[in-house]
Design a protein around this ligand. Structure first.
Ligand code: ACO
Length: 431
């Protein structure tokens, strides 16, 4: 690359390409006119080497293991902020002052109730329904109550939708759980903090007063912050992708939730704990055997909670969570055997050349499930907790996408490798 240009040689032709500078991290090469000018497209399965947008929300340095939101280190915001403070940071570019935070918190609290009709919506699911299915369906469904705010080009309508989504998500999540537990839905309490209110709706019963444990509330606050945003991950890219067609914010976020559900993404937190439980229950399984299986190319087994598309170093969120897991389990007085299994697996993996050569480290999901479990959440709720945490990041990215004049409908090309043209055969003549 020279003089702000890169050069692509196609056959005997030189084709100069503009450079897209970055404040920090990878510089881009603009190939947007390549097909029009040269009749070729780039090929990049999984978009592993493709920047689909410029963004000023979150920077992940995978080589160094750094994560910053709007320039602030994740370690600092996780230690010092409330979840709603971080949501404000992601949505409005900077940390709020005291007055701004109070106003923002009040605004969000104003919208925590769901429409009464929504109760029947929850009732219609089987008790066995996975709460992620209920969460994404309900997120889509509540848009029908706010259709006047559905225009993505109206900034005031978008702000109204964003506030409602953040306010109502804990209510939807808790009711999804109550449905599966066969317990009565608990209404939000606006005298409580965001996290306390969620814990109240999850675990309270109408028959008794529930006291919220401040240790559990503090731990959940940190966990939600650690999930709040992470650049162009699968679910966030999905939210942008869907939103690029000018689908409304609710519909775009619901799509992101479905992307998050998969075990290679946010569903990994549930998968990790289920994997650790299997190891615990199987006397023949130990860390060495698990690592041998993970390395075996003929075995589909993967070490869940390990590896990351961007991090080629220790995920800073996992670093915080590893220490946090010890602290939380000690504070709540729980001796979870799964933590010892996880520590053993991590050590064995990190000492193994296969994992070292491929730079596979624990990711955010490796320890989060163990902490969620210690806080009293069932495994099927873990990805729902991830979704509550990631919501501000999805909305911030959706807003950035919709406000960016460079946004076009997301529509990748393909390299066609099928039959070119066939003679049509009537059904009566087909073999
Ligand atoms: N266990 C065993 N081997 C692994 C693992 C793992 N968890 N992760 C990656 N590898 C190996 C692959 O087999 C591959 O080896 P190869 O080069 O010999 O073929 C190499 O490491 C690179 O892996 P890819 O799958 O090509 O990496 P990619 O960036 O496409 O995938 C992913 C990243 C999906 C996270 C992967 O590491 C994985 O499946 N991890 C387990 C699931 C998980 O924990 N997901 C949560 C991710 S964090 C998040 O989304 C919140």
């Amino acid at each position: 690359m020279t003089d702000g240009k890169a050069n692509l040689r196609i056959g005997d032709d030189d084709y100069p390409l503009d450079i897209v500078p970055a404040e920090t991290g990878n510089t881009g090469i603009d190939i947007s006119k390549l097909r029009a000018d040269k009749g070729v497209v780039t090929f990049d399965p999984g978009f592993a080497n493709t920047a689909g947008t410029r963004s000023s929300i979150t920077h992940v340095d995978g080589e160094q293991g750094l994560l910053r939101h709007r320039g602030y280190r994740i370690e600092d915001v996780a230690e010092n902020c409330t979840f709603l403070e971080v949501a404000y940071l992601l949505l409005f570019d900077d940390l709020p002052n005291q007055k701004q935070l109070e106003e923002w918190t009040q605004t969000v609290k104003h919208h925590t109730l769901l429409s009464e009709e929504m109760k029947r919506f929850f009732d219609a699911f089987p008790r066995s329904a996975h709460p992620m299915a209920i969460l994404s369906s309900a997120t889509n469904a509540i848009s029908t109550f706010y259709e006047k705010y559905n225009d993505p080009r109206d900034p005031e309508a978008v702000s109204e939708s964003a506030r409602r989504l953040i306010a109502k998500m804990p209510t939807i999540a808790a009711w999804a759980y109550k449905k599966s537990a066969g317990q009565p839905y608990i209404y939000p309490r606006n005298d409580l903090s965001y996290v306390e209110n969620f814990l109240h709706m999850m675990f309270a019963l109408p028959v008794a007063e529930m006291k919220i444990d401040p240790v559990i509330a503090r731990a959940l606050n940190v966990l939600l912050i650690l999930h709040a945003d992470h650049g162009q991950n699968c679910s966030t890219a999905t939210v942008r992708f869907v939103g690029s067609s000018q689908a409304n914010l609710f519909a775009s976020v619901a799509a992101g939730m479905n992307a998050l559900w998969g075990p290679l993404h946010g569903g990994a937190n549930q998968a990790v704990v289920e994997m650790l439980q299997r190891f615990h229950d199987d006397p023949d399984m130990d860390a060495d055997r698990a690592i041998r299986r993970a390395k075996d190319r003929d075995d589909e087994f993967r070490l869940m909670g390990f590896g990351h598309r961007v991090y080629k170093n220790y995920d800073p969120r996992a670093r915080i969570l590893k220490k946090f897991a010890d602290d939380v389990l000690t504070t709540v007085g729980l001796d979870d055997p799964l933590l010892a299994i996880a520590n053993d697996l991590e050590k064995t993996a990190l000492d193994d050349p296969f994992f070292q050569e491929r730079k596979l480290y624990p990711n955010v999901d490796f320890y989060s499930g163990i902490i969620f479990r210690a806080l009293g959440f069932p495994a099927r709720m873990f990805t729902v907790l991830f979704a509550i945490g990631r919501l501000p990041g999805w909305i911030a990215n959706w807003k950035e996408m919709i406000e960016d004049p460079a946004t076009r409908i997301a529509r990748p090309r393909q390299i066609y490798v099928g039959e070119v043209e066939r003679q049509f055969v009537p059904i009566t003549e087909r073999p």
